[in-house]
Design a protein around this ligand. Structure first.
Ligand code: CA
Length: 225
């Protein structure tokens, strides 16, 4: 499961990210409202955790923008303000649930669980697409009877593709998701790992390949049976 975490307090963001990742969920962390809109509209998430007080666009503006733009991903609002008018404003603007800070780990997990069950999602230990199956615990990529072990970075890159199998993924998106928003990785790093993955896909004889979209990035392509 893919979660977008929007929280500008780095320490809290890191702590929440860690808790969710320990559950096997895949978390993208962004730190302002404008980035939240870009990510939420560019990738597929099963849940958005959204702080209210944020730089650039506040949480309510983010929420309204997403709902107006047709993004119906469940949204859990986070705020330090616990007053009733705020709760009403959040829910009216289209939030699915509301949690006031500080909260404990159990409460967070319970609410995340409730919201994601509502969408019919379950916590996956593998991601399937076409003839491929990526085990998120072991990082083994399987096709039919063949299986290869992915390195940590290959795994991170492959996950981005498999979670967004029909989308064109830019190199920047891959860098942000697989290396981190503050990383020094360049397009070159991406190209190297994509070439490693292509070799493994060929070895597996998968019908899925990674196609280069000139000057934009990559997209998965499926060969007809
Ligand atoms: Ca904040």
């Amino acid at each position: 499961m893919n979660i977008l975490l929007v929280e500008d307090e780095r320490a809290l963001s890191n702590a929440v990210k860690k808790i969710l990742e320990q559950k096997g969920w895949y978390v993208d962390a962004v730190y302002d409202g404008a980035a939240a809109v870009d990510y939420a509209e560019g990738m597929e998430y099963q849940l958005i955790i959204l702080d209210v007080m944020l730089p650039r666009l506040d949480g309510f503006e983010v929420l309204r923008t997403l709902r107006n733009d047709g993004v119906h991903t469940p949204i859990l609002m986070l705020t330090a303000r616990s007053t009733v008018p705020d709760k009403v404003a959040g829910l009216n603007a289209g939030a699915d649930d509301y949690m006031t800070k500080p909260f404990d780990t159990e409460e967070l997990l319970a609410r995340v669980g409730a919201l994601t069950r509502r969408t019919g999602e379950v916590v996956l230990d593998k991601i399937d697409y076409e003839d491929l199956s990526l085990n998120v615990k072991s990082a083994a990529l399987r096709c039919g009877d063949e299986s290869v072990q992915l390195s940590r970075k290959e795994f991170d890159v492959m996950k981005v593709f498999l979670y967004n199998p029909t989308m064109t993924i830019t190199k920047d998106t891959l860098i942000t998701n697989a290396w981190g928003i503050d990383s020094e990785a360049t397009d070159n790093n991406v190209e190297v790992y994509v070439s490693f993955l292509r070799k493994k896909l060929r070895y597996l004889r998968s019908r899925v390949s990674i196609r280069t979209i000139q000057r934009i990035g990559y997209r998965l392509e499926v060969e007809a049976c």
